[in-house]
Design a protein around this ligand. Structure first.
Ligand code: MSP
Length: 676
């Protein structure tokens, strides 16, 4: 029996920060896939969520002074709020700390221990904390031990080599040796290769398949799936010293969210599994194309039908990332441009198969040209004209003129082509094709100069209005997955809102050249705002029939107000809250019971004398500091260190090699002077 269901997932996001434009992009692709399939009459399940375990999260939580659970909880509202603002209509939001997920993963592990696919051993290798993964020998030929999952006798030691950089993120790795549970990945090498051969469409775009096949062919070793060095993770069943390695935890979300492991949800699970498509970025292909299918094979479960792999959004030539400080904040974009113009821009200009550069100038230019001018103006002119000539209801003629027939024919061709692109997840191509048709409709409308016909030839006038309405109806229906609210407004203004209730029939009719009988026109506020190109934009980087994403390069692709980091600027009011004062160290001695701390007596002139502890014993002897002037924060809450109360903090600079140098003034000033 052919299933009339569609199950789409996003990657689950690490919750060390709020969502950014890259996370929005992944989630938007899934939302559009779900909306498109719903439009085509399928029942859909759209899953997204958060990946909350692992060392990276634990470390970030510690830095923030929170428990890991408090820390991850604090980001969830920002995710849900962003998704709601962008109309991402998910069915379920899974968190890997959800108890049903935790229990189901534990059950999964137990099952695989019994079947022999999970076993205990010892591991050593180079680990990237950022990506939560071991760097393998094939990533770095310099590593001759430490292939993923390599077992050790315990006799060999990790040699003190320079730690290799992680191939995914470029950060430095560190050596790790520990007892671990292995997943028997090596056993699935041949079956995986067979699977790729039998399912050439498993990965979209196809080019990504080669890297996966090459990796598998180079030889799979068993995969370490537990850690004893961290505690923030799913406890390994029956061995409390171990927690589950994040990828064995995270990937399973795709099945636990739909009831895997819960006997009461067997039916639900059978209804949705296997997933029709997992959406993911190119950085996590290996986990989804190798580990995940192997986990499923070991669990005797069907494999997902497709991986939709997208490129990265870049800013200028750089990947957008927190560490580069160029992360675009989706909420700032939403506030200025609204959700749907941004949805359109991301789908039109970010070609799935490539990395695509994001720029505000291009965004504004695209909204103005495509949405406000091409589409919005057409609707506006049509409804203004109908209103002016008192034609609220327009009826289709009994016979159409050759020009209108041409428009109708090209509409049905457009529909067929757009359907194919949408089914193939090539949204940028679908949109380019729709815009080609919008241009044709504009040409039809303007070439016939209906404003001149209104008084001279009312039949011809009505035909132009009617044919343009037909076009707009088809356009709006095809654009519903991309801009649902705006397209509802458009359909309402031509009296065709009912079309949204039976889209399949409407699309079928349009394909068969059966056009609607009547439209009722109502003028509405302009659908889209225009942005003045002279302010921020120069040149013409737009492609209209583009296959690739925009290729414009701008010197300032994203203005600071849209960059997340810039919002962390403090104001002068914040600055003046900090009392930075110059004082002279009059006495200094090592703190009792501490090798790191020195106890300073500091003279702040009219502000008195204070006792301040400073962790600089490693770099300064007490006599080096006496009589020196330093800079101190005086309104920091006093705190106890080595049993003594510190009544302020001395400022110092940490050099790259970890040395501390106390901060001072260039020439002596009176004690108690405040810095400003
Ligand atoms: N937690 C894992 C996924 C586990 S799925 C079982 C993870 N999380 S992530 O938050 O780092 O990344 C999630 C997704 O966001 C990835 O698909 C990644 O490619 C995508 N993006 C992160 N930055 C991006 C851009 N700059 N551009 C486009 N998408 C990028 O990996």
């Amino acid at each position: 029996m052919i299933k009339n269901t569609f199950y789409v997932t996003t990657p689950i996001y690490y919750v060390t920060a709020k969502p950014h434009l890259g996370s929005l992009y992944s989630t938007l692709l899934a939302d559009i896939a779900a909306r498109w399939n719903k439009l085509m009459g399928k029942e859909t399940f759209f899953l997204t969520g958060t990946d909350e375990h692992g060392q990276k999260v634990a470390a970030a939580a510690q830095k923030a002074g929170k428990s890991p659970q408090e820390f991850v909880d604090s980001f969830i509202p920002a995710y849900k709020d962003t998704w709601h603002k962008y109309e991402l209509d998910y069915t379920e939001f899974i968190r890997t700390t959800d108890s049903h997920h935790v229990q189901a993963v534990q059950q999964w592990i137990k099952k695989l221990i019994i079947s022999g696919d999970i076993y205990k051993g010892e591991y050593s290798g180079f680990y990237c904390t950022h990506c939560e993964t071991f760097v393998t020998g094939s990533d770095h030929p310099s590593i001759n031990s430490g292939r993923t999952g390599e077992k050790h006798t315990g006799e060999e030691q990790i040699k003190p080599v320079a730690y290799p950089a992680c191939p995914s993120c470029g950060r430095e790795t560190h050596a790790l040796a520990e007892q671990t549970y292995f997943f028997r990945l090596s056993k699935y090498q041949d079956r995986l290769l067979q699977f790729y051969a039998d399912n050439p469409d498993f990965i979209t775009p196809k080019e990504r398949v080669h890297e996966v096949i090459n990796f598998v062919k180079s030889g799979l070793t068993d995969l370490s799936i537990s850690r004893t060095t961290i505690t923030w993770g799913i406890p390994f069943p029956g061995d409390p010293n171990h927690v589950t390695y994040v990828w064995a935890d995270a990937l399973n979300n795709y099945i636990t969210a739909i009831g895997y492991g819960d006997p009461d949800k067997q039916e639900l699970f059978n209804r949705w599994w296997p997933a029709d498509v997992h959406v993911l970025g190119k950085d996590i292909v290996r986990f989804h194309a190798i580990y995940w299918p192997a986990f499923l094979m070991a669990s005797n479960l069907a494999l997902p039908k497709k991986l939709l792999v997208h490129g990265w959004i870049t800013v200028g030539d750089q990947k957008m990332s927190k560490s580069l400080g160029n992360v675009v904040d989706p909420i700032a974009l939403y506030e200025k441009y609204g959700a749907e113009p941004v949805r359109y821009y991301l789908m039109r200009k970010m070609a799935i198969s490539h990395d695509s550069s994001f720029s505000i100038e291009d965004l504004e230019q695209t909204i103005t040209a495509d949405l406000a001018n091409d589409l919005g103006n057409l609707l506006n002119r049509l409804t203004t004209l109908a209103q002016k000539h008192n034609l609220p209801t327009v009826t289709a003629p009994t016979t159409w003129s050759p020009a209108a027939c041409d428009l109708r024919d090209s509409c049905s061709t457009m529909l067929a082509e757009v359907k194919n692109h949408m089914d193939d997840y090539l949204y940028h191509r679908a949109l380019a094709r729709i815009w080609h048709y919008i241009h044709a409709t504009n040409t039809f409308f303007h070439a016939h100069e209906p404003w001149k016909l209104a008084n001279t030839d009312p039949v011809a006038f009505a035909e132009i209005i009617s044919a343009t309405c037909h076009s707009l109806q088809a356009i709006a229906i095809m654009l519903l997955p991309i801009m649902p609210t705006k397209m509802h407004q458009l359909l309402e203004s031509i009296g065709a809102l009912d079309a949204t209730h039976h889209t399949q029939t409407i699309v079928k009719n349009l394909e068969d050249n059966v056009w609607r009988q009547t439209f009722m026109l109502k003028k509405i506020d302009p659908l889209f705002e225009k942005f003045d190109p002279s302010i921020h934009f120069s040149g013409n980087p737009k492609n209209t029939q583009d296959d690739r994403a925009n290729s414009s390069t701008h010197s300032t692709p994203v203005r600071p107000e849209f960059i997340e980091g810039d919002k962390s600027y403090i104001t002068i009011d914040d600055f003046v809250k900090i009392e930075l004062v110059v004082g002279t160290i009059t006495h200094c001695e090592p703190a009792p019971n501490s090798t790191k701390l020195l106890v300073l007596n500091v003279d702040f002139g009219p502000l008195g004398t204070r006792t301040i502890l400073s962790g600089i014993a490693q770099w300064y002897a007490p006599q080096d500091l006496i009589t020196k002037q330093g800079i101190f924060v005086l309104n920091l809450k006093p705190r106890k260190m080595a049993g003594l109360e510190s009544q302020g903090m001395m400022l110092s600079a940490k050099t790259e090699d970890g040395n501390l140098k106390m901060a001072t003034v260039a020439s002596p000033v009176p004690n108690g002077i405040r810095l400003s």
